[in-house]
Design a binder for this molecule. Structure first.
Ligand SMILES: [Fe+2]
Length: 603
């Protein structure tokens, strides 16, 4: 990494990182070595997985860092568009590729390159740095892992050509030494079966992971037929089972024959066979990843493993890697999807520009997004005319009130402080409830989240009491690993059918008010655990502003909204606000190409 130059400006060293144009656009700012802000554009545009230029995210990052664009030393972009174009052209030249795909390739040939887009939209005339996709993923996890030496594994659908990378991070150096290239992709294998099971590619993978514990791995041999393991961390997909190179469908007729059943139609009934296929896929993924992790350990026998890429959001696989893998410690980037590559690209540019690693070496929390002041919330509520209680300067009572309502079975909208970066709600934009109530999962699923009943909810627990209730001997601050529930308390709302849970351990240092709430709930109930799910309804991004929160609270019939220092009860919402709420349609995907996301968005 040699692009060292010394750049001086009045406000210090500033690098902006960006990802856009594919999915999950995001922007971040590193100032004087510290990650000050990172945010995904979907939270502003309200278009889930928005790929558009992160204009509002950039505006927020600059404002938060208190800098103007001309003080920025460098804008770093997360992937090499030229290299990606070569892969896109290759895809367009495949003999029987469909005409739509060829047209898309032509469009990409004609469109502006990312650096031109950045200059055109922002007027920025400074240095623009390009990092490769998997190097951005690797950097997003290694440089903020807290480790000075680590092996790094990145796994996703596809970047430019790479779909899997193996690297070694040591001090400021981060070198990829092996890659697996498209079309061979563990991520695409998982997405293909996700599609076969009737879920959306690129977003329904979570549902497959949630469905898996209901099944038996009786299709594992068939799934493993789809992939051939090779030496040096390599593998090949058996392409006769996949159609994504040629058509707008992930799987081929041969895969249908291999599985011996028709693909499930989206939104149709889920049968035991679908659960068995999900379980088989999940177990196969875990075994494949464990083998790759062992290969990586042979090459880099460090104590530490860092992971990123969309597949690293598979918290069940992460849990097995932590427990059964050869590495002592595991760090997974909380924004492991492509949003996190903005952070990685910025870190890569930082090292190249300044010859040193960013001074912030760890990830103490993920609260890197927008906040709302008490004044702003007070003004909003006063103007709205809604009845509310003011707890400014009285956090203790606010927390006591909230804990008491949760213990009585209420569902709470919890909007506090800066928004999380990454897909998980971690106590800043969360819906909270009592994990001990058997009906709570169904209540939240049907009334609030409007999502499939089989999907589990996650628990947040006081970090100091986590190992009394869960098989955890390490912190899990970002809900990126699952473990067994070992509690003497019955916790039906957060315990999955296989007795697992995706735990968030909460410390007072990382989130003081959320920790106080857990402590108060514990004092009241002898249970230091609260159900924590993201504050949004199905199909929409997580809420960002107080107004988003208020709207979601009304639409979703949440019992109480704790909006910063203020409390609003659903019982006090004027009837006229609720007119039409029951008929409000769930937002449809706005991507005209998606066709139900039958195929991965390669282009
Ligand atoms: Fe990626």
């Amino acid at each position: 990494m040699n692009d060292t130059r010394v750049l001086e400006n009045k406000t210090g060293k500033i690098v902006i990182g960006m990802s856009f144009g594919y999915h999950d656009s995001a922007c971040c700012v590193i100032k004087n070595g510290e990650v000050l802000a990172a945010v995904q554009e979907e939270r502003f545009s309200r278009v889930k997985n928005d790929k558009s230029f992160p204009k509002e995210s950039l505006r927020y990052c600059l404002e938060y860092a208190n800098v103007s664009l001309d003080e920025v030393d460098c804008i770093a972009y997360y992937e090499d568009a030229q290299k990606k174009l070569a892969r896109q052209i290759w895809m367009g030249t495949i003999d029987d590729a469909d005409p739509f795909r060829k047209k898309e390739v032509y469009r990409h040939l004609c469109e502006q390159k990312p650096d031109e887009v950045i200059r055109d939209i922002t007027g920025y005339s400074g240095h623009i740095a390009i990092s490769e996709h998997h190097l951005s993923h690797a950097a997003s996890t290694y440089y903020f892992s807290g480790f000075d030496d680590a092996a790094v594994l990145t796994v996703d659908g596809v970047g430019e050509w790479a779909t899997t990378s193996y690297s070694h991070g040591k001090g400021a150096s981060l070198e990829i030494f092996e890659e697996v290239n498209f079309p061979d992709s563990i991520g695409l294998l998982y997405s293909t079966i996700t599609s076969f099971l009737g879920f959306k590619v690129n977003s329904g993978e979570y549902k497959v992971m949630g469905l898996a514990p209901y099944g038996e791995p009786i299709y594992k041999e068939q799934i493993l037929t789809l992939i051939e393991m090779r030496e040096k961390g390599q593998y090949r997909l058996n392409m006769k089972y996949f159609d994504f190179l040629n058509t707008n469908r992930m799987y081929s007729d041969e895969l249908i024959s291999l599985m011996g059943l028709e693909p499930r139609k989206p939104e149709s009934k889920l049968d035991q066979v679908h659960m068995d296929i999900a379980k088989s896929l999940q177990v196969a993924l875990e075994e494949i990843l464990l083998e790759k992790v062992h290969y990586l350990y042979e090459q880099v026998p460090s104590d530490n493993l860092c992971m990123a890429g969309g597949v690293a959001l598979n918290c069940v696989a992460n849990g097995r890697i932590q427990r059964e893998g050869p590495f002592k410690n595991l760090f997974v980037q909380p924004a492991s999807g492509d949003a996190g590559t903005a952070l990685g690209a910025a870190a890569v540019a930082w090292v190249r520009l300044f010859g040193e690693r960013p001074s912030q070496k760890d990830t103490p929390h993920a609260y890197l997004g927008i906040d709302a002041s008490s004044d702003e919330i007070f003004k909003l509520l006063s103007n709205s005319g809604v009845k509310f209680s003011d707890y400014r300067g009285n956090e203790e009572e606010l927390v006591k009130f909230t804990a008491a309502r949760i213990s009585e079975g209420a569902v709470i909208g919890w909007f506090q402080g800066r928004m999380e970066f990454g897909p998980r709600a971690l106590g800043a934009r969360s819906i909270l409830a009592d994990p001990r109530l058997a009906n709570m999962r169904d209540k939240i699923n049907s009334l609030v989240k409007m999502r499939e009943a089989f999907r589990p909810f996650a628990p947040a627990v006081m970090a100091e009491k986590a190992n009394e209730h869960f098989a955890l001997d390490y912190p899990s601050p970002f809900m990126l690993q699952t473990c067994d529930v070992e509690s003497l308390i019955d916790l039906p709302a957060i315990t999955h059918v296989d007795n697992s849970a995706r735990v968030q351990t909460v410390t007072a240092e990382s989130n003081k008010r959320f920790h106080s709430l857990l402590r108060e709930f514990d004092a009241l109930t002898d249970c230091p655990i609260i159900l924590n799910t993201s504050f949004n309804v199905r199909g929409e991004p997580v809420v960002r502003t107080p107004l988003d929160a208020l709207t979601c609270f009304v639409r979703a019939s949440i019992d109480y909204l704790i909006l910063g220092d203020f409390i609003i009860s659903q019982a006090d919402i004027p009837e006229m606000w609720k007119v039409g709420v029951s008929n409000t349609p769930i937002k449809k995907d706005k991507d005209p190409r998606s066709i139900g996301h039958a195929v991965y968005t390669f282009l």
